[in-house]
Design a binder for this molecule. Structure first.
Ligand SMILES: Cc1ncc(COP(=O)(O)O)c(C=O)c1O
Ligand SMILES: NCC(=O)CCC(=O)O
Length: 437
């Protein structure tokens, strides 16, 4: 560490908590990316959150841009959402018979997401993408899936191939335990490379069930689709009779109220949702054209089920959050993007001043900060970033009271409750952090 004021973090309690957790859980965590392996050091343990702030068990306060990896678009413990969940809980945690919450939620999701006519709730993004693939394979009668290098769609077998996020962070491009026969049914192409997808179709067109894509990639940092990329995928899938699946687990209700499909005006056949849809409760969903969704049991033969799917607490949280987003409208997304762009601009300018290559992207409530001269348009570029510099930067920012994702290959998230005050504080923190890099 160089010059500058270092506000040393108190860590004794988190360290103790982590040591105990390490003996009881793989890596001490319930999801690998929480273990800080990409940036080193001890993960801090959350005590509570309030609005844009996260407090750890040692009493440190952070302006939070991790936001539980995306779901918390209304910040921590938003009073309206807390009230909705508490009221629902008092009436019963789960019933195993339908509730009207589920219908209200379906109605709202369908009204907000342009391509969704019928929707099924599940409990995670992983379940959503896994189910959408099964449906696409059943609908087309074809086995093969096309995905993009560096995109992460959860941990279903078919999708753990050249995946981003923790899979990339930990260097596990092809996870042991995925049968070779399954991995072989997944073909990959570089993100933003339409010609590569065209070649895959030319060679395997009659066997390809679907192309699944993050319409803005958020699991190799934050990477925008180049103009024409999504529309090109739409045209190619149509030409070859394959389905186009937008994995909007991260982008849904985040890059625009109607998701990336609204923002970029491309209609997929199926959409997967997660994160924001549950406002912090475990929720995912998949939906699309009625004709395709009618194959799902009990209407059709494609089986997919869940004891806790459409859980009343989760629906109450999600419905309240989405209703508030609908009321806030486009202005909210414009404001979040303005804040994101201001962070990116400050990051890039500071890098330039110090001769450190920097690049960034802001889109709706999502942003990416790269130690790379840019542009970052695919996984090859994302992987070429200076991850050691990111690790130093991450810790410097933590010491300045700002929590970012603990890996270069992840996106950052804004919320509706981050204000000009947090923005100004974050820019000041960036300045002090860069002084120490
Ligand atoms: C685009 C995308 N799809 C799917 C998933 C998987 O969602 P979950 O972690 O809820 O299973 C994630 C994130 O984890 C994601 O970012
Ligand atoms: N961008 C990657 C994720 O959101 C994953 C979070 C997790 O696996 O815990």
């Amino acid at each position: 560490m160089g010059e500058g004021i270092v506000m040393a973090l108190k860590q004794a309690r988190s360290q103790k908590a982590y040591e105990k957790a390490l003996s009881l859980m793989p890596g001490g965590v319930n999801s690998p990316v929480r273990a800080f392996r990409a940036v080193g050091g001890t993960p801090f343990f959350a005590d509570h959150g309030e609005g844009p702030y996260l407090y750890d068990i040692d009493g440190n306060r952070y302006i939070d841009y991790l936001m539980s990896w995306g779901p918390l678009i209304w910040g921590h413990a938003h009073p309206e959402i807390v009230r909705a969940v508490t009221e629902a809980a008092a009436r019963g945690m789960s019933f195993g018979v339908p509730t009207e919450w589920e219908t209200r939620m379906a109605e709202l999701v369908i009204s907000l997401v342009p391509s969704i006519e019928v929707v099924r709730m599940v409990n995670s993004g992983t379940e959503a993408t896994m189910s959408a693939l099964r449906l696409a394979r059943a609908y087309t009668g074809r086995p093969v899936i096309v995905k993009f290098e560096g995109c992460y769609h959860g941990h279903a077998d078919s999708l753990l191939v050249k995946a981003g996020s923790g899979v990339a962070t930990f260097g596990l491009p092809d996870s042991p335990g995925v049968p070779e026969a399954t991995a072989k049914t997944t073909l990959t192409a570089p993100y933003n490379d339409l010609a590569a997808v065209e070649s895959l179709f030319a060679a395997h067109g009659e066997r390809i069930a679907a192309v699944i894509v993050e319409p803005v990639a958020g699991n190799m940092g934050c990477v925008l689709p180049e103009p024409g990329f999504l529309a090109g995928l739409r045209a190619l899938t149509e030409r070859y009779g394959a389905l186009l699946i937008f994995d909007e687990v991260m982008t849904g209700f985040r890059v625009a109220l109607g998701g990336a499909q609204a923002r970029f005006s491309v209609r997929p056949d199926l959409t997967t949702l997660g994160k924001v849809i549950g406002a912090g409760m475990p929720v995912g969903a998949y939906g699309g054209r009625r004709e395709i969704m009618s194959l799902i049991a009990p209407d059709g033969p494609v089986y997919q089920a869940g004891t806790l799917s459409g859980n009343p607490l989760a629906m109450a949280a999600g419905w309240t959050s989405l209703s508030m987003l609908a009321a806030a409208g486009d202005a909210l997304y414009e404001r979040m993007e303005r804040y994101g762009q201001a962070l990116v601009d400050a990051f890039v300018a500071l890098g330039r001043r110090k001769g450190i290559p920097t690049f960034g992207v802001a889109v709706g409530g999502m942003f990416g900060l790269f130690f790379h001269e840019g542009p970052v348009t695919d996984y090859a570029a994302a992987k070429a970033c200076d991850t050691r510099m990111y690790a130093r930067f991450f810790h410097a920012m933590l010491e300045e009271g700002v929590a970012l994702a603990p890996s270069q290959l992840e996106a950052g998230f804004l919320s509706a409750v981050h204000t000009e005050a947090e923005l100004a504080e974050t820019v000041a923190a960036l300045e002090r952090a860069f002084a120490r890099l």
